[in-house]
Design a protein around this ligand. Structure first.
Ligand SMILES: Cc1cc2nc3c(=O)[nH]c(=O)nc-3n(C[C@H](O)[C@H](O)[C@H](O)COP(=O)(O)O)c2cc1C
Length: 218
């Protein structure tokens, strides 16, 4: 019988395989290697907590590669390379949540192991990541997708519960990073879940938990 960690290692590698299945629709787009995340800097935690807030007005300018790199690492990157474990805790040590980045040039899947973005879908789907106007023009909308099929034999409502908790931790990492860096962000549930799942061509068992907009304050 596989241990939980062995099971998880299999799931981590399957994330890339699942992504690769959809990469076909990205029609030739190449993976983007992100610069290594900074290992120092940022505001002290207490100051970031003081500054944390939701912001709903965004400037259109894109995030520089280093900022995107640091943001994704803070969100759900690997902070213990030996084990592959992450900056956020996760249910039963099973890798359920994938972080997608919807930007003007398409949808990208964050692949923490290689710290890179895998092309997932071509086209600008930002307007479909939420029902609020700012999502269409903010430079980045993170879409958190759960692989319910990896959660084993538990009731559907429990799948959503644990996947939502996993996502909440990631979302708070993003909030604190943004507070530290002077970025704007808001965690969001106001979205058309069915439409977004269809747009993202999600597979059986997969579902969107939440989305989160990130950018510079307007
Ligand atoms: C589960 C959840 C869903 C949320 N959904 C939305 C949303 O769809 N749109 C939005 O503008 N804010 C959304 N928010 C942000 C909350 O409105 C916000 O955190 C709350 O008003 C407190 O404000 P603060 O974050 O500035 O402290 C959501 C927050 C949570 C935790």
């Amino acid at each position: 019988m596989m241990t939980r960690r062995e099971t998880n290692i299999g799931l981590i590698s399957s994330a890339a395989v699942v992504a690769a299945g959809n990469v076909a629709s990205a029609q030739g787009a190449k993976a983007i290697d992100l610069p290594p995340p900074r290992s120092q800097g940022g505001k002290p935690l207490i100051e970031a907590l003081r500054l944390r807030r939701s912001i709903r007005a965004y400037a259109p300018q894109p995030l520089p590669p280093q900022v995107l790199s640091d943001l994704l690492w803070a969100a759900f990157g690997i902070n213990r390379p030996a084990s592959g474990d992450r900056t956020a805790p996760y249910w039963r040590h099973v890798m359920v949540i994938d972080v997608f980045a919807a930007m003007s040039d398409g949808v990208w899947l964050y692949e923490p192991k290689a710290h890179r973005l895998l092309p997932y879908l071509q086209g600008d789907i930002r307007a479909r990541t939420g029902t609020q106007d700012f999502v269409a023009t903010a430079p980045l909308n993170l879409v958190y997708v759960a692989h319910g099929e990896r959660m084993g034999d538990i009731p559907a409502e429990d799948r959503r519960l644990y996947a939502s908790v996993d996502t909440g931790f990631i979302g708070q990492n993003v909030y604190l990073f943004c507070a530290s860096e002077g970025l704007a962000t808001v965690f969001r549930a106001a979205l058309d879940y069915g439409q977004l799942a269809r747009t993202m061509e999600l597979g059986a068992g997969q579902f969107v938990t939440f989305a989160q907009t990130v950018g510079y304050p307007a």
